[in-house]
Design a protein around this ligand. Structure first.
Ligand code: ADP
Ligand code: MG
Length: 303
């Protein structure tokens, strides 16, 4: 089997537990992400989502295991991996435009200043920022605008992998909805690979090709990979009309409500912990002696 674009192999992370022992966040986590895929990871607070993301970003070293991107082991941060955090992390002394230009310049040291500015402005326009706004400093922008700048900055660098850690967590519902749709639009245009953490089920269904479900920590596992069997383009108002929507949503709610706890706390004993693939569809299956049952079909395929 060919390796996926992003390959997470037997990743284990332990931390000192503060009582002289160690606390294992997750053990032997093993999964892949294909090029151009949009993958969301859902799990309760403290299960290790940010820890995984920091390792993918090269900002933290795992206790053991490796992450490979395009066949190369990830070590240290790189412009190939763009990161957007919940708290924006913009440079406060630079304008919105200059915040975006900063990364673009680093990425393309040979570009003229005009070219860097034009490129950066184009990405700010994609997230709905133009005119005077782009010359304001972060402190003069609303939370939603700051988050738009962070997203423009990440996308403008054309990273091979975009890592988003609850990027909309601090935004009000309305702004969040608009930015989600802008994110989908840019992703549709650039076809970058996106790995995003969220704790919002509806956001995950709207955005993702696949949702990875994590059990609670410690000894958390990426237990399932749920395929979002809803065609694109998607938007918030129409997606809920799709026959698969509530079946998928119920599955995720059940997992977070019950199984995330039941399945946690198991040791891996050195075996790769690969998530089970789950495909949910309400489409009727042609059974030879069908009983006319139109309840959701839940296909669990072990990979
Ligand atoms: N640097 C660290 N030192 C010790 N414990 C940590 C460190 N980073 C995270 N943890 C612990 O690891 C667990 C997972 O944390 P985190 O990845 O932030 O969870 P999530 O993002 O899913 O909410 C938590 O119990 C957290 O307290
Ligand atoms: Mg986190």
């Amino acid at each position: 089997m060919t390796k996926p674009f992003l390959s997470v192999e037997q990743l284990t992370q332990s931390f000192p537990d503060g009582k002289g022992g160690t606390m294992t966040v997750f053990e032997d986590a093993t999964f892949g992400v294909e090029k151009g895929e949009f993958v969301c990871i859902l799990g309760h607070s403290g299960c290790g989502k940010s820890t995984i993301m920091n390792i993918l970003a090269g900002l933290a070293e795992p206790t053991s295991g490796v992450v490979k991107m395009d066949g190369y082991e990830v070590s240290g941060p790189s412009l190939d991996r763009g990161v957007v955090f919940q708290n924006y992390s913009l440079l406060p002394w630079l304008s919105a435009l200059r915040n975006v230009m900063f990364g673009v310049k680093a990425r393309h040291p040979n570009w003229s200043k005009t070219k860097v500015a034009e490129h950066s402005e184009a990405y700010l326009a994609m997230v709905g920022l133009d005119g005077d706004t782009i010359h304001r400093k972060p402190s003069q922008l609303s939370g939603g605008m700051r988050q738009r700048v962070s997203i423009a900055r990440a996308f403008a660098n054309h990273p091979k992998l975009l890592l988003l850690d609850e990027p909309f967590g601090a935004l009000d519902a309305l702004t969040r909805g608009t930015i989600q749709e802008e994110l989908l639009k840019i992703w549709g245009e650039t076809k970058q690979t996106v790995f995003m953490i969220t704790h919002d089920i509806d956001e995950a269904i709207l955005l993702a090709d696949r949702i990875l479900l994590m059990t609670n920590g410690p000894l958390a596992r990426v237990a399932e990979s749920v395929e979002i069997t809803i065609p694109r383009p998607r938007n918030r108002t129409e997606i809920v009309e799709h026959p698969n929507y509530y079946a998928i949503r119920n599955h995720l709610v059940q997992f977070l409500g019950r199984r995330s706890k039941e399945l946690s706390g198991r040791r891996s004993n050195g075996t790769p912990q690969v998530p089970e693939t789950v495909r949910i569809t309400m489409e009727e299956t042609a059974e030879p002696e069908g009983d006319g049952d139109k309840s959701p079909r839940l296909h669990a395929v072990q990979n």
